[in-house]
Structures are given as C-alpha cells and as structure tokens.
Design a protein around this ligand. Structure first.
Ligand code: HEC
Length: 695
C-alpha cells in the first residue's frame, strides 16, 4: 500500500524535476571538485594542472641537473595524421587524451598499453566548417566520467574505466557554423564548453551543462542577437549599443573556443572571446567596439550571470581573438597581495587584471605591435592606430602581430619559483586588405579579405618554405617588472605550448620537431630531442611509483596547418611521446621523404582564367592547401596533383565532392564548372612559374 503522504511527496519531486533546471548535485566519488582543486601528488587532473591553469607542476624528480638523461619511455601512434593540440590528463595511473577528430584514448600511464579508445565518428565533411583543422585540445575528468566536445558539436560523456558511452548530446546551435575543439572545464558539477565558428556565422556563447545528463543549465551569449527578438539580459542590451548595421545576420562572432577558467576563490568563470565576424567591419556596416568580442568576460559560476568584462581589442578587424588560456595567480603588487588574471592574447599585449573585479592593473606589449599607438594607463583601453583601420583608409595595412597572433591557444606556463611566465610567441606581420565587392556565401571563411594576397607567391612567411630568421620565440616574461627576462629564438611560426616545473625547468616543443628543456631562471638550453614531427601542443607531467614522466603530443596542423610553415621537410606523424629519466625506447626511423619533382602539365589557360582561379583559390582553398598553393605536410600540395591534367577529375573533387569523406568538402554551393577550370589553370601556372624560377 502506498500512503497518501508518499504520493504527495513523489508528486512534489516530479514537479520539481519537470520545471526547474536544478542540475545534478556535485559528485562525491572519483574525481570530485575537491580533487580538481587539489590533485593527489603526481596526478594532472585539469587542462592547466591547477584550476588557475598555470601549467606548472611541483614535481622535481626531473630537474635542471639530470634532465640530460631524459629518454623515451614509450610512445603510441594515432590513426590520424592531422594536427594534435591536446594536453593529456593523468588520474589513477591512466593517461587520458584526445586526438584530431575528437577521438579519446586511455593508456596505462606507466607502460603505454592502450586501455581503451573511443571514436565519435565525426563526419569528415565537418572539416569544411572548421577554421583550423580537426583538432581537439583534450578531455575533462569528473566523478567516474570523461568528457569531450566533438568537432561536429556534441558533448560526449564516457566511463573512465571502460570508455563506454554514457551520453552524447548535440550542444551547438546548428551544423553549419559551429564546431568544438576546446577542452571542457568543470565548475562545481557543471561541464563548461563554448564553440568555434567566428570565421563563419556563429554567435559566440559559453554553455554550462549537467554533468550527469548533458542538459543545458545556463548559457551566456557573448554578442547580442537581433534586437527585434528582445535581449536575453542587461548585458546583451548594453552590448547592442556598441554595434551597428545588421550584425546578427552574420552571427557576430566572439566565440568561446578555448579559454575557460573556473576560479573557486571568486566564484567566477573567466572566458576569452574570439574575433568579431566578419573580420572587416565596413562590409556589413559594423561600427563601434562590438562587445563582447575579443574580451575577457566573467560570469557567476552557478547562474551564468554577467559579472564584468574587459575588452582587449575594441573594433576588432585583425582577427585578434582573446581566446588564449586565462591564468590566475597571486602576486604581490606594490606591497599588496592581489589575486590576478594574467593574459597574453593574440593582440600582443600582456594584461594583468584584478580577478574579482576585472579592473585593469597593467598592460604591456610583449611582442612587436603596430595596431595601437599605446594603451590608456588607467583603463587599459587600446588607442587604435588610424592606419590600422584598413577598411576605412582603403589601403593595405601590414598588421603586427599578424592574424596568427603573437600568442594563441598554446598554453603559457607560470613558475611560482621564478615568478616568470613562459610564452611561445610569433613575430610576423600579415597584410590585411578589404576584398572589393565582397559577397557573403554559405561556404568557407566569411572574412572579406582580398583573396589575391593569399594566392600570390610573395605571400610572406605563410607562403614560404624558406625558414626565415627568428619568426618566433620562447620568452620568459616578468609580470611584475613588465618585461622580458630571457628569449630563445625559433625559426618557424606556431610552436607548442609550455610546461614549467619545480625542477627549475621549462619544457617546449617546436614546429620543426624539437622537444626541449630550458633552465627556467636563465633560459639556458639543457636538453633537446628530435621527434621527427612538429609539436604544437603543450607538454604535461605526472609521477607514478617514484618516477616522473613527461608527455607531449606531436602532429602538425591547427590554424596554420595548411601553410608550409610546418616545414614541407617535416613528415607529419601524430603520436604521444612519454619520457622519463634513463629510458631508452626509440622511435622508428622517420619515413624517408622522397625528393618530389615539380612536373606540371604545360600551361594552356588564359590570364583571365588565372586571375579568376587565383581569386577563388585565395578565398576558398588557401586555408587548407597553403598560401600561393605551397602546402605544409597536412593537406596535399596541389602543385603536384595528378588531377591537374584532367578537367573532369578535378571537377569531380572540387564541385562534386568525390573526396568529401576524407575532408575535402564540395564547393558546389559556391562554385561553378568554369570556376573549377579556372582554378585548374591557376594551379598549373603556379608550378610552371616555380620551375621557371628554378624552385
Ligand atoms: C577544409 C580543408 C580544405 C579546403 C578548404 C580545401 N581542401 Fe582540397 N583537400 C583537403 C583534403 C583534406 C584533401 C585530401 C583528401 C584525401 O586525402 O582524399 C584535399 C584534396 C584535394 C584535391 C586532390 C589532391 C590530390 O591530388 O590528391 C584537390 C584537387 C583539392 N583538394 C582542391 C581544392 C580546391 C581547389 C579547394 C578550394 C576551392 C580546396 N581543395 C579546398 C582539404 C581541403
């Protein structure tokens, strides 16, 4: 018999469940919030190790005196040769990581034996709406589950022990403009994720999801929607005053594709927002600051309500995402202990902000920059160089930092022992120029940049396979003295993130395939290892059974993956490498790269066809196949393609999508048969010109 009170109680529970968005309570077993805030010795449980994302480890078994004995303990190859950006996590002796195409792998962290592997089977056509390769930056652990965001926009939860699927949910607004590449973060039982898509028509947001069901608990948009639909909150209404034109038709951008930091000390979540969309404001009548793009925004961790924002780049038209990882540290500034945010976004300024209020403390350029004439010393607001408004002047502006940013997603690290921040930086300007008569389409980037720059052989560092002198560097930055303390120059752009350890070490992998250790205080090189493949990811470290290990992923790709900067000479092998002292495992010999000979068919096209082909190439193809048709090791270099001699073969690929299952999407929606033919002639002319020039 069921009592009346019992029925009433059940009804009350049911109605609560039906009409409230009360999330599941925080877990009490496995990886709890307390564990995430303070990991057991030797474990690495969050993307940046501690919740403040310092990418610092207090392990010191490997140190500046013995790092020379570091050797390969084990390695494991992935089944994808695309770019690898993940930072692995280590819990209970298991190493969890993601690979390109959002696959998840769990290995015995000591031996490298594969425990399980999960493939979400992301449709390969998704590559066509991913600005920056099929990369993924890692998993989150919570309770007994592993969480991953997939490129096609799902939040997936797996059992830590078996890799079995617990739930999966599409969490992006549509399957045309949004992708997920970032690692989820956890805040008191909520799983946090945003999306990419600000090169398409995405409206940026940060979402918080129930850890047990994947249901959305709250969502904070980063840019206002159509005012006619009403604003979701006061923050959107305020932001709408900083836009003009019909911005919502293009989404607005401001996507939260990487940086999300939960801070238990303030109860806030800080996240970085991406560029405004489309890049060129004037083509859509956009004017003003365009809040909250290229900003750090803070919201209440429980409710998602707006707390504060700090815009690093007003009026963005330079692709200056503020998506670089956001770090919190405690510093003594002018005799006062402050809990602060440290941030080094793409725009070239290093910011120190008060974490609770967002108040500007300091901002100093950490790399060459010419888009401002300075920043306001009190408010931190950028004073924009009028010449940098290239759409207003109508002239080309070679902007520094270039669109790859002085520093992007690659995690920087902080050592409390040295007080220094270790940042991998890029030093290359990129000219920006508005495309005349730009029209939006439904395929590819919507950036309104002059495409001819990207299809012409003089296209600067990205189009060149000649290593220039210092195009990048690893720098040690003193956030208190506001200056660089040491620098190691790098010859190629896009090097990996950094790890700092209590053993007075900074570990850093490079585009040209070196994995290296430096003295954290002085920058003296201590150890170097040839991985035979590029590194763009950041290393991490863990300890088991009295031994310390260092893990890093190899595999060129990501935002500049199409370009030749990965080195046409560096073979792309994607794998995880794990090192420890005295280990002697060896990598297989790298596959020999047979010297390729340019052997194009004779050029028979017209100048008009070449110009048209170059224009289309610069708009739709360069991002994957490289500027001026010189590709890196990620996607085919079309100057060598056998399809160049066959109009129908190349058309079947470009227009009909014959290779779409391998990520070469169909351009049927944007291009006609004559366009395919024009591209073919452009692609035949390029290698003929190169040959004539003796290349
Ligand atoms: C989103 C990335 C991406 C974009 C953008 C892209 N491609 Fe591709 N393309 C690929 C990938 C990946 C492959 C390799 C497919 C495979 O392995 O079968 C490829 C292969 C090709 C091939 C076959 C090459 C060969 O000989 O094997 C041709 C031709 C080609 N692409 C032309 C183009 C043209 C022209 C454009 C612009 C209109 C373009 N692609 C834009 C990713 C892309």
């Amino acid at each position: 018999m069921v009592s009346i009170t019992r029925i009433l109680a059940m009804a009350a529970v049911l109605s609560l469940a039906a009409c409230s968005k009360q999330p599941s309570p925080p877990v009490t077993d496995g990886v709890t919030d307390a564990l995430l805030a303070s990991a057991p010795e030797g474990e690495w449980l969050n993307y940046g190790n501690d919740l403040g994302e310092q990418h610092y480890s207090n392990l010191e078994l490997i140190d500046d005196s013995n790092v020379g004995e570091l050797g390969l303990a084990w390695f494991a190859d992935f089944e994808t040769a695309r770019g690898q950006e993940a930072v692995p996590l280590m819990h209970n002796g298991v190493l969890f990581l993601t690979t390109a195409w959002s696959m998840v792998k769990a290995y015995d962290a000591r031996t490298g034996a594969l425990k399980w592997s999960y493939d979400p089977e992301v449709p390969r056509e998704t590559l066509g709406r991913a600005c920056c390769d099929a990369v993924n930056r890692g998993v989150a652990l919570y309770g007994d589950k592993v969480y991953v965001g997939t490129l096609d926009g799902r939040l997936v939860a797996l059992e830590q022990e078996t890799g079995n699927l617990v739930f999966e949910k599409f969490i992006v607004p549509n399957q045309r403009d949004y992708t997920i590449t970032g690692a989820p973060r956890i805040a008191n039982g909520l799983v946090l994720l945003g999306s990419g898509g600000a090169e398409y028509r995405a409206r940026g947001y940060l979402g918080a999801y129930d850890s047990q069901t994947g249901e959305e608990v709250w969502k904070f948009h980063t840019v206002p929607g159509n005012p006619a639909d009403g604003f979701e909150n006061d923050a959107m209404e305020a932001a709408a005053k900083t836009w003009a034109g019909e911005w919502w038709k293009f989404g607005g951008g401001g996507t939260v594709w990487d940086a999300i930091t939960y801070d238990p000390a303030t109860g806030l979540i800080y996240f970085g927002t991406g560029n405004a969309e489309p890049w060129v404001p004037s083509v859509v009548g956009r004017e003003g600051d365009s809040l909250y793009t290229s900003s750090i925004v803070a919201v209440d961790a429980e409710t998602g309500e707006y707390a504060w924002h700090f815009q690093e780049t007003p009026e963005d038209r330079w692709d200056y995402d503020s998506a670089s990882p956001i770090m919190t540290v405690d510093l003594t500034i002018d005799g006062e202990k402050r809990h602060v945010i440290l941030h080094a976004p793409k725009n070239g300024y290093f910011y120190v902000l008060d974490a609770k209020t967002g108040k500007f403390i300091s901002g100093t350029s950490y790399a060459e920059q010419n888009w401002t004439t300075g920043i306001d010393p009190v408010t931190g607001r950028a004073e924009i160089n009028p010449e940098a408004r290239y759409d207003v002047t109508g002239k080309t502006f070679s902007v520094n930092p270039g669109v790859m940013g002085a520093h992007s997603f690659q995690p920087m690290s902080f050592s409390p022992k040295t007080g220094l921040v270790y940042i991998p930086i890029n030093l290359a300007a990129v000219p920006l120029r508005t495309e005349e008569d730009w029209k939006p389409t439904d395929v590819g980037y919507q950036n309104a940049q002059d495409p001819l720059w990207w299809s012409t052989p003089t296209a600067g560092p990205m189009g060149s396979d000649e290593p220039a002198a210092a195009m990048a560097a690893l720098i040690a930055w003193d956030p208190l003295a506001k200056k660089e303390v040491w620098r190691v120059e790098r010859s190629k752009l896009g090097n990996g993130g950094t790890l700092a350890t209590a053993g007075n070490l900074v570990l850093h992998g490079t585009t040209d395939g070196r994995f290296e250790a430096f003295d954290a205080g002085k920058g003296k090189p201590l150890w170097s290892y040839n991985t035979h493949s590029s590194i763009i990811a950041a290393p991490m470290t863990y300890a088991i059974g009295g031994e310390q290990y260092v893990a890093v992923l190899t595999g060129w790709g990501g935002g500049w993956g199409g370009a030749a900067i990965g080195g046409t000479a560096t073979r792309n092998t994607s794998r995880v490498l794990v090192f420890k002292l005295g280990a002697k495992a060896e990598l297989p010999a790298p596959p020999s790269l047979a010297e390729r000979v340019l052997d194009p068919p004779p050029f028979t096209g017209t100048d008009t066809q070449v110009t048209r082909g170059a224009t289309i190439y610069g708009r739709y193809c360069y991002a994957c196949h490289g500027a001026a048709a010189v590709a890196g090791s990620l996607n085919p270099d079309l100057r060598y393609s056998a399809t160049l001699s066959d109009s129908n073969a190349i058309k079947s690929i470009i227009i009909e999508g014959a290779l779409k299952h391998n990520g070469m999407v169909s351009f049927e929606k944007a291009l006609a048969d004559e366009d395919s033919e024009a591209i073919r002639h452009y692609l035949i002319k390029r290698p003929n010109d190169d040959k004539a020039a003796g290349k």
